[in-house]
Design a binder for this molecule. Structure first.
Ligand code: ATP
Ligand code: MG
Ligand code: FE
Length: 346
């Protein structure tokens, strides 16, 4: 079976085509349009601009995916679309488009979870997941440790951020340093030539009885802001690269330490890192180091599959189709607050 996946939860319009194989999912081709540059001067995503951009880009993006995959337009067996979580107006564009294509082509429609999509992206590159896997989902809106039993529906939250998401911390720190939006890629790059030990920024929720599986990044963001204010008051020039490297080290130290501890405690021998922040160079390196030391198998999709795309949504579609799930009802709508425990919308 060939499945089309549509993504429009934030500022990326994505369409991807996958094929359900004997034991896995094969990526056939995908197309992506982004309104990222239009949000840059606001320092974050502007919902109205994102919705309009999705509407403008959707048709060409879907056509582009078919062309790149070498599949005749409309020759699919099912459609999957991001139902949530995400921006209400942005989700609506994808859901409405998916409904129209499904009706026109007479194929079943599955409204699926964007976060499950981030994890499923890895199966396009590294094959099926073992039936019990620990996932670290690190994106612009979420930072969670998940026990993934099945990508077709059984995902349980082990830990989550109690305030900012990791990607959000990158974006906010980049904004206060005047580095633009999104912050992740630019901080990743500048940090590479900075000293991660230059400034001792706090590691949130790591002390004593706070050291569970939850995360906190707003204190870190505030600490960076205070440090910058003090340096400006002192009339010192800002060591941007050192600030970036030290901030980044504080983020990835906590992420990888808690990930490894959760996997060890829950006796899950495979870990997957997914979501936009999984594209981060230092996170990938430190995770590899610590997983090797702990005897864990680490999987991280290539950077292009970490950030939002349509192929990851098609991948979830493939997993639910394989599991024999019922399609979503005709009243399918966007669900901005959809929980990760719900992979498929009813
Ligand atoms: P969610 O998936 O939670 O709904 P989202 O879809 O907006 O949120 P993603 O597209 O998965 O998030 O990821 C975007 C985030 O990833 C942004 O915060 C961005 O700064 C961050 N990011 C992207 N590349 C990197 C990188 N190389 N290093 C660190 N962070 C990165
Ligand atoms: Mg984005
Ligand atoms: Fe995302």
């Amino acid at each position: 079976a060939v499945i089309l996946g549509l993504e429009s939860s934030c500022d990326e319009t994505g369409a991807g085509l996958v094929r359900l194989t004997e034991d896995g999912v094969e990526l056939l081709g995908q197309e992506l349009a982004s309104s990222q540059d239009e949000h840059a001067r606001f320092g974050g995503v502007v919902p109205e601009i994102a919705s309009r951009a999705h509407l403008e880009a959707m048709t060409a993006t879907v056509h582009g995916a078919f062309t790149k995959a070498g599949v005749p337009f409309g020759a699919v067996d099912a459609i999957a679309v991001t139902s949530g979580p995400g921006l209400a107006g942005a989700l609506l564009v994808g859901v409405a488009a998916a409904k129209a294509y499904a009706a026109a082509w007479g194929v079943p429609l599955f409204g699926v979870n964007h976060l499950a999509g981030h994890v499923a992206a890895d199966t396009l590159e590294h094959g099926p997941l073992p039936s019990d896997t620990l996932a670290l989902l690190v994106s612009g809106g979420h930072t969670q440790l998940l026990h993934v039993q099945s990508l077709a529906g059984q995902i349980t939250e082990v830990g989550t951020t109690i305030d900012d998401a990791a990607g959000e911390a990158y974006d906010k720190v980049a904004r206060l340093l005047g580095l633009g939006y999104p912050g992740g890629p630019v901080i990743d790059k500048l940090a590479a030539t900075g000293d991660p030990k230059a400034i001792a920024f706090p590691r949130g929720l790591t002390g004593g009885r706070d050291n569970g599986y939850n995360f906190s990044f707003s204190g870190l963001k505030t600490a960076v802001a205070r440090w910058v204010e003090q340096a400006e008051r002192d009339g010192r020039e800002l060591p941007i690269n050192d600030i970036c490297a030290s901030f980044q080290e504080a983020v990835v130290d906590v992420l990888t330490a808690k990930m490894v501890r959760a996997a060890t405690d829950l006796k899950l021998s495979t870990v997957v890192i997914a979501g936009g922040v999984a594209a981060n160079g230092r996170l990938r390196a430190l995770a590899a180091e610590r997983c090797e030391a702990a005897g864990l198998t680490l999987r991280i999709p290539r950077p292009g599959l970490c950030t939002d795309n349509g192929a990851m949504i098609a991948a979830v579609g493939a997993h639910v189709v394989r599991a024999g799930a019922f399609p979503s009802s005709g009243t399918l709508s966007g669900n901005p607050g959809m929980l990760v425990s719900q992979v498929l919308a009813g």
